[in-house]
Design a protein around this ligand. Structure first.
Ligand code: PBG
Ligand code: ZN
Length: 321
């Protein structure tokens, strides 16, 4: 009999043979910054996550720096929205001001700017609208302008999450032309039309006012199509490709990992976070064990980078260990 249990006899042996691990440097923490003064709003569907106004963000920034997390994904929530999402590409918009603030206070933190119109449009869709249809090609120049504006404000990485066709190429060309050749693109390549985003839409005020996102985000039933999305984004110039959500799509992460040698990011989205939090608050599960198990699953599936609302907690648990 071959004895597999020899591999598990004690902690040191298990540590020696462990195939994957999570480092603080793998983690990205999403943050929400809202227009206004002296605001720290809790988000009821995301316990432990807040919207901060810039003047209160110091507090959050301090806890990020102290935790040892070195990358954040920033979402701005403007006070004024319009049909064309003007504030998304206004150099003085909420997100641009927040990036400048963060870069001034904590220059070593990598700032990833989400590029999409839905937080900025009155209709809550990710692109321009005409006769109830989401326009593709007409949206590209606005996304490009937004990306350049974020880079100008100091963003290190541009993360297009809109799912318009051709946006990675358009953004890459615009960044290059404006002298931002070294700004990376982390593309939301395989982004599914998922029910797991609803707590985020509470947090970012970005729910669509009519219809859904199924004409641009992917059908959850499709796997091969995700590979095509990733390969296309790589061809267009993406440096990092993303699969989103993570937990119900671990097969997709693995298949993308087998099909490319590009770094993969997994987005452990808001609904995944909320489910864990709700069960933990009820005392039904051990939060720490479940979170670590979920995240190691993403690493095992082939992700390098994990974007997660649990990032600060995870970093603290690592320090306690
Ligand atoms: C914007 C965007 C969304 C998320 C990240 N960027 C929402 C959406 O597509 O509706 C979701 C993140 C999360 O649920 O944590 N397009
Ligand atoms: Zn969007």
């Amino acid at each position: 009999m071959y004895r597999m249990r020899r591999l598990r006899v004690n902690e040191a042996m298990r540590n020696l043979l462990r195939e994957t691990s999570i480092e603080k440097s793998d983690l990205v923490y999403p943050v929400f910054i809202i227009e206004g003064e002296n605001i720290k709003n809790s988000i009821s569907s995301m316990p432990g996550i807040y919207q901060y106004s810039i003047d209160r963000f110091d507090e959050e920034l301090k806890s990020i720096v102290e935790s040892g997390i070195s990358a954040i994904l920033i979402f701005g929530i403007p006070a004024h929205k319009d049909e064309v999402g003007s504030e998304a590409y206004d150099d003085n918009g909420i997100t641009q001001r927040a990036i400048r603030f963060i870069k001034e206070k904590a220059p070593d933190i990598l700032v990833i700017a989400d590029v999409c119109l839905c937080e900025y449009t009155s209709h809550g869709h990710c692109g321009l609208i005409c006769d109830g249809k989401i326009l593709n090609d007409e949206t590209l120049p606005l996304l490009s302008k937004m990306a350049v504006s974020m880079a100008k404000a100091g963003a290190d990485i541009i993360a297009p999450s809109d799912m318009m066709d051709g946006r990675v190429k358009a953004i890459r060309e615009a960044l290059d032309e404006k002298g931002f050749k070294e700004i990376m693109i982390m593309s939301y390549s395989a982004k599914y039309a998922s029910g797991y985003y609803s707590p985020f839409r509470d947090a970012a005020h970005s729910a669509p006012s009519f219809g859904d996102r199924k004409t641009y985000q992917m059908d959850p039933a499709n796997r091969k199509e995700a590979i095509r999305e990733c390969l296309l984004d790589i061809e267009e110039g993406a440096d990092v490709i993303m699969v989103k959500p993570a937990l119900a799509y671990l097969d997709v992460i693995r298949e993308v990992a087998n099909s490319t040698n590009y770094p993969i990011a997994a987005y452990n989205v808001s609904g995944e976070y909320s489910m864990v939090k709700a069960a933990a608050m009820n005392g039904w599960i051990d939060e720490r064990k479940i979170v670590m198990e979920n995240l190691i699953g993403m690493k095992r599936a082939g992700a390098k980078i994990i974007i997660t609302y649990h990032a600060i907690d995870v970093a603290k648990w690592m320090d306690e260990r």
